[in-house]
Design a protein around this ligand. Sequence first.
Ligand SMILES: Cc1cc2nc3c(=O)[nH]c(=O)nc-3n(C[C@H](O)[C@H](O)[C@H](O)COP(=O)(O)OP(=O)(O)OC[C@H]3O[C@@H](n4cnc5c(N)ncnc54)[C@H](O)[C@@H]3O)c2cc1C
Ligand code: FES
Length: 284
Amino acid sequence: MSSINKRAQQIMAEIISNKKVGAYHHITLSVGEIAQLIRPGNFVAIAVGGADSRMVLRRAFAIYKASMDPLDGGIVELVVAPHGSGSTWLCNAPLHSKIDMILPLGKAFGIPVEPVNALLVGGGYGSAPLFGLAEALKAKQCNVDMVLGASTASKIYAPQEGKRSTNSMIFTTDDGSLGIEGMVSSVIPELIEKNKIEIIYSCGPMAMLEAVTKISVEFGLQHQCAVEESMACGIGVCMTCVLPVRGEDGVARMLRTCIDGPVMEGSDILWNTGRTVPSEVWGA
Ligand SMILES: Cc1cc2nc3c(=O)[nH]c(=O)nc-3n(C[C@H](O)[C@H](O)[C@H](O)COP(=O)(O)OP(=O)(O)OC[C@H]3O[C@@H](n4cnc5c(N)ncnc54)[C@H](O)[C@@H]3O)c2cc1C
Ligand code: FES
């Protein structure tokens, strides 16, 4: 039986930096020693709107980076798109305000024991957890290629320092304002062949993850994707985030992506089921 990340704690974290970068806000929070327990792929669940807020549901955000800073102690960095009322409140939160957050949540990306050729694919703010992952893979002497896509240039989050963690970086935009015009999926097959890719990691919109899964299946590659199914509690209680996923026994079950994910093997997911429970799912 799956359960919440055993390392998770609810804390009040102070915002120590909040900068607008393109279409996003890069927010740094002081979180203390718990930063050491965070792995690439983990996420946070944040209470938004302040103490009297009517926004009762926490909002989930991937952890872009976690580190121990010599001056600030344990810090967590987030990349937030001002989307609706909750994320906009967070983007507007003033310096030194205290944020109620639960972290670290969810399953992290698996890091190979031996060096491999890895391809990291991100869509929009989905690039956020991939830079910490790239650093972890580099520490294992992996070759790391990255493809980042978005609708337009301002929605690609690719910090300069992040580029140092990769061997190559390709951008795609729907409108051609940066890099290659088109979707990330259009450049992946050639990269797989050229760079002898052995594993794919991805994070971004569900349609992109489905497209990457199709390619990974075609090439017979493992594909660890961090899904971003809508979440309401983030801690395994509400069942908002369920997806049909096939287990090792071949049986499909509705799994809670906040505790069984967000990182999952792409080919295990029954994609594009339109938020219904497919008839082949156990108990349907
Ligand atoms: C694992 C994960 C990682 C993410 N990482 C990032 C990130 O790094 N950066 C980023 O900008 N965004 C990220 N998101 C998306 C982010 O969580 C949403 O943009 C945010 O919740 C929007 O909140 P809002 O109040 O601004 O938007 P609104 O659309 O106003 O509100 C969203 C609210 O509706 C609730 N909700 C949505 N669907 C349902 C449903 N079917 N049933 C019940 N309640 C529902 C949500 O729980 C949330 O409380 C991530 C999401 C997930 C699941
Ligand atoms: S978000 Fe509530 S169970 Fe996953």
